[in-house]
Write a protein that binds this ligand. Structure first.
Ligand code: GLC
Length: 539
């Protein structure tokens, strides 16, 4: 039995199933592959697995387009494989978190197939259909993946609304029948023993296309509270809402300690800081460390004791953090550990994205090697707008979602031990150097470092409970803070860059202290931090 609020002490590991482990030679990861690797995850020490979608899907957006919420895609295995995964994970005290894609379904979902048949079909109102305006689109709204949000259905003479690809029609949350179907489906998964849910783009469900509203619609929190009441509150679950549009005030609602919505919010303010304001995600600027400190401090202090946040640098939509804000060349190991130190010292629930614990990096592909729908649309769009291939590639090396999606690097054998077949997306050629096998028994590896960070969180209550204060707030090279709880202090001290930096230890941190973890073998001088040096002290 899990204790109440177990998710406050938990560390979550995200698996992107198609890229994790292939057990059949199909070139595509699968559920039996995950079962094979449960002991690896147990060794790392994580408490729960967030599984990106494994339900039946035409895979237009790699499973984020579901055609049957209560069955497994044959590509990943069967429902009984899934049941076995849930059971075998549970034996190891690992909970399975399902990815719920509730903003939209696939256009191949039986509901949508019915809905598009006629205006008086009982399923028509499960989606959002509109007439054109004087022979034109209903309005000028744009989809997240490029182009209009409106797709024409000739047999109906109407358009339907899709915030993502045309194969991902938006569900109509205004319709109580839709909501009821969704709750029944979630309860069915709860009965199967699932221990949590991640709610995909949940801040987009309360859309009102007539008013150009997609994110944070007026009825959003009413919908979420009903959803929580009808499902999650039956069980002791970990629930996390993906919300690109969440500010602090909304985050307090999402993660209200009264349990009326979710356990926690998964928001992105810190992760957009290297994007030019008002431009596209591909338009990159250097990270301003002061801004990063400011944003993370705001969230640490703003939710303390009144809400709960997720802590992450990576997921399946984001580039690899060591390539992004670390150094994936001569200081790959040091900088990967430094970034982990900053994150794992904070308050919230840490998420580790597969391969992050090995310091996996972005890849430099040719344009033909990319597979992601967003990337492919971007290449087409930017070519049409006259961008050079070199500039397109530069953006993709930095930001393509495929950077996170290259197969997991298990060992130095052919295809990194991921598959015996042809991988659906090429393996990063650096797998001979970067792989799990070489790191698992090496006490100085990134893997061992993550393992230790996870263990520390379980041992010292200050990681879970402590308040947050920046140290050296003005320093442009250091990311340092304290966490304090019941008279004990955790001091995190990190050099964010590749040049040495000298410090003057503040009076209140001068006392006797224990070094809990560090990414260098020994400390040369207490007052000098070497490139990317990271330390955690306990006072
Ligand atoms: C979320 C997912 C992303 C997907 C999108 C549409 O942002 O993380 O991978 O493309 O929702 O479902």
């Amino acid at each position: 039995m899990r204790e109440k609020n177990w998710w406050k002490k938990a560390v979550v590991y995200q698996i992107y199933p198609r890229s994790f482990k292939d057990s059949t030679g199909s070139g595509m990861g699968d559920i039996r592959g995950i079962i094979e690797k449960l002991d690896y995850l147990k060794e790392l020490g994580i408490d729960a697995i967030w599984l990106s979608p494994v339900c039946k899907s035409p895979q237009d957006d790699n499973g984020y387009d579901i055609s049957d919420y209560q069955d497994i895609d044959p590509m990943f295995g069967t429902l009984s494989d899934m049941e076995e995964l849930i059971a075998k994970a549970k034996v190891r005290n690992i909970g399975i978190i399902m990815d719920l894609v509730l903003n939209h379904s696939s256009d191949e979902h039986p509901w949508f197939k019915e809905a598009r048949k006629s205006k008086d079909n009982p399923y028509h109102d499960y989606y959002i259909f509109k007439d054109g305006v004087e022979g034109e689109l209903p309005n000028d709204m744009c989809s997240v993946f490029g182009g209009t949000t409106w797709e024409w259905v000739p047999e109906l003479g109407q358009y339907f609304f899709h915030q993502f690809s045309p194969k991902q029609p938006d569900l109509n949350w205004e319709n109580p029948k839709v909501r009821k179907e969704i709750y029944d489906m979630i309860n069915w998964w709860i009965d199967k023993g699932v221990e949590g849910f991640r709610l995909d783009v949940i801040d987009q469900i309360a859309k009102e296309p007539d008013h150009h509203i997609t994110i944070n619609g007026p009825k959003l929190h009413d919908f979420l509270q009903e959803l929580s009441r009808e499902t999650f509150q039956r069980a002791n679950l970990i629930t996390v809402g993906e919300a690109w549009g969440a500010d602090l005030e909304r985050a307090k609602l999402y993660s209200n300690p009264d349990g009326s919505e979710f356990s926690m919010v998964f928001q992105f303010e810190h992760i957009g800081l290297d994007q030019e304001e008002g431009k596209e995600k591909w338009d990159i600027i250097p990270l301003d460390l002061q801004k990063l400190k400011e944003v993370l401090t705001k969230w640490q202090q703003g939710l303390h004791s009144i809400g709960w946040n997720s802590l992450f640098w990576n997921n399946h939509d984001l580039p690899r953090i060591v390539s992004r804000w670390g150094n994936d060349k001569e200081y790959r190991v040091e900088s990967a550990k430094m970034l982990a130190t900053i994150l794992h010292g904070m308050q919230g629930t840490p998420y580790i994205y597969q391969g992050e614990e090995l310091g996996m990096t972005n890849s430099k592909f040719t344009l033909e090697q990319y597979r992601d729908i967003e990337t492919i649309n971007m290449i087409k769009d930017r070519r049409e707008r006259g961008y050079s291939d070199d500039s397109i590639l530069a953006s993709l090396y930095a930001k393509s979602r495929d950077n996170a999606r290259t197969p997991m690097q298990w060992d130095d054998s052919f295809n990194a031990g991921f598959t015996t077949g042809t991988p659906w997306l090429d393996v990063n050629p650096n797998y001979k150097e970067i792989n799990a096998k070489s790191q698992m028994n090496d006490p100085d590896s990134i893997f061992s470092y993550y393992k230790k960070l996870i263990a520390l969180r379980k041992e010292y209550p200050v990681f879970v409970e402590g308040d947050f204060e920046l140290v050296f707030p003005e320093n442009n090279q250091l990311f340092s803070y304290t966490r304090t709880f019941e008279g004990k202090t955790l001091w995190v001290l990190c050099n964010f860059y590749g040049e040495e930096v000298s410090i003057e230890i503040p009076e209140k941190l001068k006392g006797k202290k224990e070094l809990l973890i560090s990414n260098y073998q020994d400390i040369d001088s207490e007052n000098v931090l070497r490139p990317y040096e990271a330390r955690m002290y306990y006072l």
